[in-house]
Design a protein around this ligand. Structure first.
Ligand code: HEC
Ligand code: HEC
Length: 204
């Protein structure tokens, strides 16, 4: 008898079959996503400041990001190496899990004047994609509202130095924003996103 069938027979005999199977399924899911908690926080809401919260991303966005890390198409300090350890099917399972978790937002230290300026800039240059003040992951644009400010700064810097590709239309808007409002506008807009602390409502 192989190990597998022995185990099966033992489980049947002990009457633990159903329970154990259920546990095994959850167990492997938790082993998969539990690895991420050490950096991204419990259930994907990070305690910051340079590790992003990953809870609440749409399935497709999540899988796309992980695949880009794995293929080396998206710059990273560590995620490239981590993503290489998983298959596309793993990404799908993780995506389904994290999509259901609430994005927990913590208060961040913001400058009120910058937040005000940032709100106007957001409306003018970013809202059409980062909808609902950045709370919505619309067309795989990620969630910006309440994301950790140092992480947003790093992401925007990666875009600025062309280390990370940004959508062409976003590039045009960022360029316009800086041209009309100076380099400081990047900082203003980060303060605006950092100021958002609305709690996720159960909308599904
Ligand atoms: C050692 C810490 C660490 C671990 C463990 C880790 N991450 Fe990350 N993750 C990061 C950092 C830091 C970034 C920012 C990109 C970079 O520099 O690598 C990131 C970025 C991401 C992003 C991009 C989020 C966004 O909105 O841009 C996703 C998605 C992600 N990680 C998923 C995962 C998943 C899934 C796991 C578990 C399999 C995981 N991470 C494990 C540190 C970690
Ligand atoms: C045409 C749509 C569009 C517009 C306009 C746009 N974005 Fe984006 N943005 C995206 C998409 C799509 C992504 C995801 C890109 C990727 O990860 O490859 C993104 C990603 C980002 C990220 C990175 C998030 C992360 O998790 O790393 C930041 C920060 C950001 N945008 C800020 C802005 C700001 C600020 C503006 C306005 C000045 C803006 N965007 C305008 C579509 C847009």
């Amino acid at each position: 008898m192989t190990y597998k069938t022995t185990r099966y027979a033992l489980l049947l005999a002990s009457g633990l079959m159903i329970n154990t199977t259920t546990w095994a399924d959850d167990g492997s899911l938790y082993m998969l996503v539990g690895t991420c908690f050490s950096c991204h926080g419990y259930n994907g809401s990070s305690l910051g400041p340079t590790t992003p919260t990953i809870a609440g991303l749409d399935n497709d966005t999540f899988v796309q990001i992980m695949t880009e890390y794995k293929d080396g198409e998206r710059p990273s300090t560590i995620m490239g190496r981590i993503a290489k350890g998983y298959t596309g099917k793993d990404f799908q399972r993780m995506a389904e899990y994290f999509a259901k978790q609430p994005f927990v937002r913590y208060p961040q230290l913001v400058n009120t004047a910058k937040v005000k300026k940032g709100a106007i800039l957001h409306e003018k240059y970013c809202e059409r994609c980062h909808q609902d003040n950045g709370y919505t992951d619309y067309q795989a644009s990620g969630i910006l509202a309440g994301q950790w400010m140092p992480y947003l700064q790093l992401s925007l810097a990666d875009f600025q130095i062309n280390a990370r590709n940004m959508p062409r239309k976003m590039k045009i808007q960022i360029r316009k924003m800086i041209k009309g409002n100076g380099e400081e506008s990047i900082n203003d807009i980060v303060h605006f996103y950092g100021s958002q602390t609305r709690t996720d409502v159960d909308d599904d």
